[in-house]
Design a binder for this molecule. Sequence first.
Ligand SMILES: [Fe+2]
Ligand SMILES: [Fe+2]
Length: 205
Amino acid sequence: MYTKEQKKLVSYVRVRVKELMNQYPAKAHGFDHAKRVAKWAVLIATAEHANIFLSEISAWLHDIGRVREEFFGHKKRHHELSYEMCREWFREDKRFDALSKEEKLQILYALRYHWNDMANDYAVAWILRDADKLDGFGKLGLKRSLDFFEGDEGKIEVDLRLRYHTLYNLRSRQAKKIVQEKNMLEPVEKYFKKWLKEKIEPVAL
Ligand SMILES: [Fe+2]
Ligand SMILES: [Fe+2]
C-alpha cells in the first residue's frame, strides 16, 4: 500500500503526535482519538480510491492544535492552531522533506478546514472530516461528548443535537455505511431521548 518512505514517515508522525498528546492530553481529543480517526481515514480513502497516505497523515495531525489551545492559552480555534503547528513542523523538521510541496499543501488544507464542510479543494479534506465525524458516534462518541463538556447539560444538549447535523453532512458513502452498519447513531440517540424525557415534569396551574 505505502512505499517504504511513506511507511517510515507515517510511523514517525504517529510517534511524534503520540509523544505530544501523551504529554498534553487534551480532553476527549487525545492520542486515542487521533488513532481512531486515522483508522477511519484509511478505510474511507481506500473505499473512495483517494490518497490513503495523505489521508492517514492528516488524520494523525489534525488535532495537534488542541494542545496549544488547552494547555498554552492560545486564543485561535484549534483547527487554525493545528495548521500553524503543522507549518512549523514542516519548516523545522527535516523528516517532512519526504513530502512534496503539493502533498504538504493538501495536508495543511485538510487540517485548517477540518471544521468547514464547504472546503473541498482536495479529497483529503473531506475524508478527514468524515473520519473525524465518525468518532462522534457510537458509545465512544457519546462518552467523548460527556467527558468534553464535563456535565454542562446545555453544552451536551447542543453537542448531541449536532450529531444529526454531522450525520447529514457525512460526504462519503463509506462513512455513511459505517454509521449505519455499526448502528452508531443509536447510543447517542438513546441517551439524548432519555435525557429529554427526564426533563419533562408535570405542568400545574
Ligand atoms: Fe478537531
Ligand atoms: Fe478530531
